[in-house]
Write a protein that binds this ligand. Sequence first.
Ligand code: AHR
Length: 519
Amino acid sequence: MMNPRIKTLCLALVSFAAAGMTAQTPTATLTLHADEPGPVINRNIYGQFSEHLGHCIYGGIWVGPDSPIPNVRGIRSDVVAALRQIQVPVVRWPGGCFADEYHWKDGIGPAKDRPKMINTNWGGVVEDNSFGTHEFMDFCDQVGCEPYITGNLGSGSVREMMEWVEYMTSDADSPLANLRRRNGRDKPWHVKYFAIGNEAWGCGGDMRPEFYADNFRRYNVYLKDYPGNSLFRVACGPSGDDYDWTDKVMSIVGKRMNGLSLHSYSITTDNWIHKGSATEFNESDWITLLSHTLRMDDYVTKNAAIMDKYDPEKKIGLMVDEWGAWHDTTPGTNPGFLRQQNTMRDAILAALNLHIFQKHADRVAMSNIAQMMNVLQAMIFTDGPKMVLTPTYHVFEMFKVHQGATSLPVDLATPDYVNGTIHIPQVSASASRDGNGLVHLTLVNTDPNHPVRVACTIAGAHGATVTGRVLTAPTMQAHNTFDTPDAVKPAPFSDFSLSADSLAVTLPSKCVAVLEIAP
Ligand code: AHR
């Protein structure tokens, strides 16, 4: 019979090998400063974006009241339930490029009387305007989130934008408020977030920053704060590293704005014609895309530094209101609909970006991943009555513990994950403490093949119990389909040990993990 001590050692070695660990398994060291609370993480960092594009609205949110798909006043119930699970704080609508061709009066009143339009940006399909202001507000009420409206600066008028604000937010006995009442809504809605145009440097009017900034000032004068409603006015900011745009808009618009947008998509090839497949990729594509997405830290840091020049008190929020992975569209789908699969790689990409936004919680006031349903880096796919959650959805669900929590600084010394000539940090981490005193540490291992140890010191707090969950998969390309909806989903995680103020964690390859440390 085997000596019990040797047997224990053998079993330990077996589980060590099963976890893919060797004596050379790299170690990251992390100090979590529970005693040095940082800024509150704005829950709007977990915001979403829904555009009239492909099946984001039609089929994704809206099926109409006569649909056999279960719905409440035309809005699909399965989608609302799934979005409530991730505590969506805010949804941006109606675009995107679509916003600068959208005329809101076409989307109110009896559906049968609403004029149609061509959605010139997205597939040239005919938009019947059956989903308009009332339907969007109803959707927000059902999800329990705030609306974030983008006004049409590119092809609209000052009067049109001014009247939309009055229609939505005035309680007066005025023509527009009465029109809203005749359309079935007595009380005004609460609308805080309002953007004056989208991508004015591109599809929103191809403007120079000086021209846009002067237009912002003009439109802004006529957008009124009606009693009980105060607008948070968002100016169009740069695409990624267009720092000249940021500088000029900050200097000309200044504190007339409450927020400045930033858009940045992550593309494997950096080539907008052939962006790279969402599912057919190798390890070189994996690290390339992740290295590209990490540029977000630079974009936020440098744009925030310019904002600091004009707004040292950090009153103006940076609104990263479009971000995410942009791959080639799924073969066989309408290329104008931007439908793409969502793999374990996208989940890692989402977690890395959310960590970046949390690191800059003093300036980043909102982010809106593009897009919520069926488009680009979606949370959820639908097909008729079917619905499936993506790996990115699961990251948002795991990270919801950070919403509105107090950020806690982490000092991280991590080995690099290297492939070919590209090096990226193997571990990414972020921490916060919630209103109940629970500390949450989220961790990412970017290496698709090797585990990593993380030796954590928790300064200023003693954890009594730790629980965890992990999102990982056997392959980099793993994804969920309507037939295999649970191929990538969170599982309980216990590969850690706690002693006094030290926590030793072993992260499996290609994973996102969340640990809850209770006092
Ligand atoms: O999200 C898709 C498009 O990307 C948006 O309509 C536009 O604002 C951006 O260029």
